[in-house]
Ligand binder design. Structure first.
Ligand SMILES: Cc1cc2nc3c(=O)[nH]c(=O)nc-3n(C[C@H](O)[C@H](O)[C@H](O)COP(=O)(O)O)c2cc1C
Length: 305
């Protein structure tokens, strides 16, 4: 049996394989080192970073749902300076491909975080989380209008020489339009989807189950929505599309590659099974070998609608 070529290209980056851990579900990657060698992954996307340290939302921050979870962590993180001083040097020794996920409350904050991370050698790319409220626009998320997304991406593009991925929100009407806005403003790739807005209430106490009232839905429940959006984004742009949403098995990952994703990210599945990402890498390899397919590049986008 031929050993399939698992390498996947995302713009200028050639990854070992198409499986990455999604931001916010895998710490800085180093936390998973006791389970397996994280350099075996395509890439590790680190927890979202902001200019200043952020404490996040009051509890309850997580609620289980029948096929996934709601989270309202509130983007808790140590801030970009501590990341650069304390975490980034340790990433250099891990031998994995790391991508920083960043966010801000204003365009200037995003720009500043991207600029400071430009000089960090351990980072292969920057992923923009555009699902954050813009405090200057009454709290509407940057990524909920094509205009907001275009303006933000253009500014961050000018602030860093690193490859720039824009992580799209699914809470929009036309995902193709958002992907095109990212492409037109200089993104090297788009990744999608982030979580779907949702909420849970307790009928007895009459109170919300999340401290923040609303939160983001993730996990298997969102996979069909994510797959449809990834397919639409693949048809809308020429830049690589990274598929995210409810992936917990090699078969799930293969569905995203089939409709055209260049690579995938795995989030919530890491909480149920810390070995999820690496099992997905192995499952993709076994599938391609069994089917006599030479590699990921040959398989991806071969969907027959
Ligand atoms: C607890 C938690 C924290 C997250 N934190 C971030 C984050 O900091 N930045 C970001 O862009 N996405 C964040 N996400 C979204 C995930 O990266 C991913 O896009 C989403 O959960 C959908 O994928 P999944 O169904 O495989 O989890 C978070 C998700 C969860 C569940």
């Amino acid at each position: 049996m031929v050993t399939p070529d698992l390498t996947a290209r995302v713009g200028s980056l050639l990854l070992k394989n198409p499986v990455m851990s999604a931001s916010g579900t895998f710490g800085y990657g180093l936390e998973f080192a006791p389970f397996y060698d994280i350099s075996r992954l395509g890439a590790v996307i680190v927890k979202g970073l902001s200019l200043l340290p952020t404490r996040g939302n009051a509890p309850q921050r997580i609620v289980e749902t029948p096929a996934g979870m709601l989270n309202a962590i509130g983007l808790q993180n140590i801030g970009v300076e501590r990341f650069i001083g304390e975490v980034a040097p340790r990433l250099e020794d891990a031998g994995a491909v790391f991508v920083a996920n960043i966010y801000g409350r204003t365009e200037e904050e995003y720009e500043e975080v991207a600029r400071r991370l430009s000089a960090v050698p351990a980072l292969a790319a920057v992923e923009l989380n555009v699902s954050c409220p813009n405090v200057r626009e009454g709290g509407i998320a940057f990524g909920s209008t094509a205009k907001g997304l275009y303006g933000l991406t253009r500014r961050v593009r000018a602030a860093t020489a690193k490859p720039l991925w824009v992580k799209l929100s699914p809470n929009v009407t036309d995902i193709g339009e958002m992907a095109r806005a990212a492409e037109d403003s200089g993104a090297d790739a788009v990744s999608l989807v982030n979580t779907l807005l949702g909420m849970a209430v307790d009928p007895r106490t009459r109170r919300p189950r999340l401290g923040n009232v609303t939160g983001g839905l993730s996990g298997p429940a969102i996979k069909p929505v994510a797959l449809r959006m990834v397919w639409e984004a693949c048809k809308a742009v020429k830049i690589p599309v990274i598929g995210i949403g409810g992936i917990r098995s090699a078969e799930d990952a293969l569905e995203f590659l089939l409709v055209g994703a260049a690579a995938v990210q795995v989030g919530t599945a890491n909480f149920r099974n810390p070995n999820a990402c690496i099992e997905i890498v192995e499952g993709i390899r076994d599938f391609l070998a069994r089917e006599g397919i030479r590699g990921v590049k040959e398989y991806r986008g071969s969907f027959l609608p």
